[in-house]
Structures are given as C-alpha cells and as structure tokens.
Design a protein around this ligand. Sequence first.
Ligand SMILES: C[C@H](O)CC(=O)SCCNC(=O)CCNC(=O)[C@H](O)C(C)(C)COP(=O)(O)OP(=O)(O)OC[C@H]1O[C@@H](n2cnc3c(N)ncnc32)[C@H](O)[C@@H]1OP(=O)(O)O
Ligand SMILES: NC(=O)c1ccc[n+]([C@@H]2O[C@H](COP(=O)([O-])OP(=O)(O)OC[C@H]3O[C@@H](n4cnc5c(N)ncnc54)[C@H](O)[C@@H]3O)[C@@H](O)[C@H]2O)c1
Length: 309
Amino acid sequence: MAFFTHHITRALSSSTVRNAAIKHVTVIGGGLMGSGIAQVAAATGHSVVLVDTSEDILKKSTKGIEGSLKRVVKKKFADKPEAGEEFVQKVLKNISTSTDAASVVQGTDLVVEAIAENLKVKQSLFSTLDKVAPEHTIFASNTSSLPIADIAVSTARLDRFGGIHFFNPVPMMKLVEVIQAPGTSQETFNALLDFSKALGKHPVSCKDTPGFIVNRLLVPYLIEAVRLHERGHGSKEDIDVAMKLGAGYPMGPFELLDYVGLDTSKFIVDGWYQMEPENPLFSPSPLLNKLVSEGKLGKKTGEGFYKYK
Ligand SMILES: C[C@H](O)CC(=O)SCCNC(=O)CCNC(=O)[C@H](O)C(C)(C)COP(=O)(O)OP(=O)(O)OC[C@H]1O[C@@H](n2cnc3c(N)ncnc32)[C@H](O)[C@@H]1OP(=O)(O)O
Ligand SMILES: NC(=O)c1ccc[n+]([C@@H]2O[C@H](COP(=O)([O-])OP(=O)(O)OC[C@H]3O[C@@H](n4cnc5c(N)ncnc54)[C@H](O)[C@@H]3O)[C@@H](O)[C@H]2O)c1
C-alpha cells in the first residue's frame, strides 16, 4: 500500500510539476505569430514576456493584441460588455514586454521563438539564450519549415528543445503541431503537448520533417496557385473564388499568401528549394520574388497580391 501510495504521489507530483513548469513564458518576436501566441498564453493565465527588437514594434504588438482581444470578447462576452473589458485588462496585465531577451529569460519555463524564418538568425538567438536561461527552461521554435534539429544544435539542451507550430490567426486556429526532434526528450514533448492543451488548442504530434504536416501539404498548393496565374491560366481573383466556392476553403490561395506574409512564404519555398532543387514543387516563383523585393509583403505591409489600404 505504501509503495502504491508513494508511486501515485510521485506520479501526481511529477505531473503537477510538469504542469506547473510552464507558467512563465517568454515569446520572442512580436509580429503576426508572436503576438498571437503571447495573447493566447496570457488569456489562459500564463505570465508572458513578449520580446522584440524595438519599443515601437512592441507598442504595435500590444495594440494588435488589444484589438484582437476586443474581437474575441465581443463574441465571448456578448451579453456582458463590462466583464469583457475586465477580461481584456486582466489578459493585458499578464503580458510585459522587453527588447532584451537575455535579461528576461532568467525566470522563464518556456521560450517560444517566433522571429524571422531564417536558420542562422534563429540559431544565433538560441545560442545566446542557452547560456543565460535556467537549466529547466524548455526552448521551442514556431518555425514553419526549418528542421527543429538544425535549430536545436545551436544549444546544449537538445533534450529540452522541441517544435511548437501555431497557425495564423493564432486566437482563432485550433491546431498546434508539436514536433519531437530526434533529441527531444519525451518529457519535453509531453510538456509541449500539455502546454498546447492548456492554451485551449488541439495538438497533433509531428516528426521533424520539412513543413511537418500542414505546410508540407499547404505551401506547395499555394505556390502552384501562383504558378497557374504566372502561366496566364487564371486571374488571382478567379483562382481565389474558385478555391473558396469549389473547394470550401475559407480564403483563396492569394488571400492566404497575403495573410501569411509573402516574405515568410518566400523563406519557406527558398529553403526547401535549397534542400531539394530537383523538386519542381519548390522551384522559385518570379512573381513572388518580385513582390517581396518591392517590399509588398502582404496584409502586414498594406500590399501584397492585393492592396489593403
Ligand atoms: C505558414 C504557417 O507556418 C502556417 C499557417 O499559419 S498557414 C495559415 C493557416 N490559416 C488559415 O488557413 C486561415 C484561413 N482563414 C480562416 O480560417 C478565416 O478566414 C479566418 C478565421 C481568418 C477569418 O474568418 P472569416 O469569417 O473569414 O473573416 P472575419 O469576418 O474577418 O472573421 C470572423 C470572426 O473571426 C474572429 N477573428 C478573426 N481574426 C481574428 C483575430 N486575429 N483575433 C481575434 N478574432 C479574430 C472575429 O470574431 C471575427 O469577427 P469580427 O470581424 O466581428 O471581429
Ligand atoms: N505568418 C504565418 O502565417 C506563420 C504561421 C506559423 C508559423 N510562422 C513562423 O513564425 C515565425 C514568425 O513569423 P511571423 O509571421 O510572426 O513574422 P513577422 O515578420 O510578422 O514577425 C517577426 C518578428 O520578429 C522580430 N524579430 C526578428 N528578429 C528578432 C530577434 N533576433 N529578436 C527579437 N525579435 C526579432 C521582428 O522585428 C518581427 O516583429 C517564422 O518562423 C514563421 O515561419 C509564421
């Protein structure tokens, strides 16, 4: 009986420790994804530090989070606007901001990285943080397309490094892909699954393969739509309408590319082209490249395939 009780107590306390472990979260990158991740983590009672490179960007992130929270409460607290406003303020109080990641990771249980889709930049960030973060801190990347193992090698905590891939817009999209790289311990993987559930998301397990599940299927479709248009086989508008009305997608491929960001989309395709240059699905698109070179990055800059101003 004592043995049984001991084991039950240990099992309970280890799961309590694991759940308690992810309470303080540092989100690096306050763009489209980082803002959304910070928002849902704060809304589910986590204390969050959101990090970006300048105060101006962080101000914009906070304003975006507030706007998104207001959209959420308009539905959730439709009959009780005061309770809705109280909720917005409570969630915002759970978020602080910083421009110095190294100085804020001291007390964090989980670092979620959502900076640009560039391997060297991600490696450099994690390598710096690895030297200052506590032993128990889990590192996770929200990368869309890069192998988690390639990012993790920049640290000495391969067992406490995994992938946590959210979808845009984070407050609305229920899915999270949790990635177990070869070095990721089962404990870390479980902690990331538990954390995703604590955010109210539905996690799926993914192997560490390029694009995991969703992007490996979605990105070739998006780029094929651009190529179809480049060949003169359909206007952007007709292709978008066709995929919405004919395939039931909530957005057409050009609308979705603008929503994701054309820079991010280009980073993904270019990276895969370098890995597999013989695969025609990954070959570069002149039109996508042209828009990115002109700074037309989609909805976030006011223009991409379409204009938003
Ligand atoms: C590339 C990466 O690695 C992976 C990815 O992320 S791939 C991209 C995955 N995402 C998708 O495929 C998104 C596809 N689009 C959609 O699902 C839907 O169009 C959508 C959920 C974004 C918006 O829904 P839709 O009905 O089309 O439009 P819209 O009328 O603007 O929104 C409906 C409601 O959703 C909610 N909503 C939408 N965006 C929101 C946000 N950012 N924050 C909070 N609430 C939001 C609001 O309640 C909104 O109502 P409101 O306008 O009165 O505030
Ligand atoms: N856009 C999407 O739909 C989507 C979906 C899932 C995953 N992702 C992935 O999430 C990551 C971020 O994408 P995003 O769309 O949010 O990009 P974004 O361009 O909207 O935001 C990136 C932010 O990171 C900041 N940043 C860059 N380097 C930094 C550094 N060293 N330290 C702190 N902040 C830094 C930038 O100032 C910017 O605000 C990428 O890896 C992307 O592939 C994107």
